[in-house]
Ligand binder design. Structure first.
Ligand code: ADE
Length: 357
């Protein structure tokens, strides 16, 4: 059966306009899988260097399965959403033991593995194995909701069903890889969230939002977002001789398993240096003198904003007793690079290195 006009237009536009991205020049399923995990919640430009470093270090699924989680975290450092890295590693171990070191081809087997939600399963099956499954991410939701003027709230059951039905209805069964990527690419390059460039759109004549709405970017409909909370955090760079105290966050916490300098939230009317001293006592059982601020800056995580205030501080007395953290170490500044730190610490570590302690 010939494709519908919308499908044919998308495919020919994609063939001409697609970006030359590293994961589009490979047919190796393992590489495609890595790219799909990295691209979740992360921009293409940010992913590219991580993708090549990761594959240099772990060129095969077996190498990844044999690596320690620590090492995977180190290569993930700065990319955020570390749960992705943990599940990627877990899935590699399972594929290595249960599936002869291969990524399964069957939807049900794949969907059971860690990190394989509906999107990732569809993306890997279609892009790597050319199976006719949809891969519906944020870009696809936006494009489809505009073309077909879907007016339910994005993310609702009814919205998701309508988008999926429309995608399945148009899927290019002989080339699902190009079709799925064409939709994503159109969303990235043309049908953008705030400024859709309808004058450059290959399918505008099939787009209901374009023909009926004064402003196609009214769709998709979003529930208004809750404002992110903001906290002031005081953090102690605690020195004992030439060594500094670092502690590891518990696995089940926000930023789980990552290392950090200890600290915590400022209380109302508390001076930040007092917060720092109180937190070192409370979380590490260490008495310290807080000597001077090192650096402070704002940092955004997916669900909260923080201003991080780093203070130089000196050990006075006490043996480290951990409250929530799972490990601690006294390390030289030159050794910090061996530990995967929460992304908010990066600038402070760079500043600390300049001190040449
Ligand atoms: N986002 C998710 N998958 C992608 C892909 N294959 N190409 C570009 N952006 C993507």
């Amino acid at each position: 059966m010939p494709y519908k006009p919308l499908t044919s237009l998308l495919l020919s536009w994609y063939a001409e306009h697609k970006r030359n991205l590293p994961w589009r020049n490979t047919s190796i399923p393992y590489r495609i899988w890595i790219s799909e995990i990295m691209l979740q919640q992360t921009q293409v430009a940010q992913v590219i260097p991580y993708y090549s470093r990761f594959l240099k270090r772990f060129p095969t699924l077996k190498k990844l399965a044999k690596a320690s989680l620590e090492e995977v975290y180190l290569l993930w450092q700065g990319l955020g959403y570390y749960r992705r890295a943990r599940m990627l590693h877990e899935a590699a171990v399972l594929m290595n033991t249960l599936h002869q070191g291969k990524i399964p081809h069957e939807y049900d087997l794949l969907r059971k593995l860690p990190g394989f939600g509906e999107y990732t399963t569809g993306a890997v099956l279609s892009l790597a194995y050319h199976k006719p499954y949809p891969a519906i991410d944020g870009n696809v939701n936006r494009v489809i909701s505009r073309i077909f003027a879907i007016r339910d709230f994005v993310g609702s059951t009814s919205f998701r069903k309508q988008v999926k039905d429309r995608v399945m209805d148009h899927l290019a069964v002989n080339d699902p890889a190009s079709f799925n990527q064409a939709l994503m690419e159109l969303g990235s390059l043309v049908c953008q969230p705030k400024k859709p460039q309808c004058n450059r759109c290959p399918v505008s004549r099939h787009c209901t939002a374009f023909s009926t709405l004064s402003d196609p970017n009214m769709l998709p409909l979003k529930k208004s977002k809750k404002k992110k909370p903001h906290y002031a955090i005081a953090i102690g760079i605690l020195l004992k001789g030439a060594r500094v105290l670092i502690a590891r966050r518990a696995a089940n916490e926000l930023l789980g398993n990552l290392w950090e300098f200890p600290g915590g939230k400022k209380k109302h009317r508390e001076k930040l240096s007092d917060t720092c001293r109180r937190e070192l006592k409370n979380k590490m059982n260490i008495d310290a003198v807080v000597s001077r601020p090192l650096i402070h800056y704002r940092h955004t995580y997916s669900h909260l904003d923080v201003t991080l205030h780093f203070f130089m501080s000196q050990y006075v007395k006490g043996r480290v007793k951990l409250k929530k953290h799972t490990q601690f170490k006294w390390v030289k500044v030159s050794e910090l690079k061996r530990f995967a730190f929460a992304s908010g610490h990066k600038k402070a570590i760079a500043e600390l290195k300049l001190l040449k302690l």
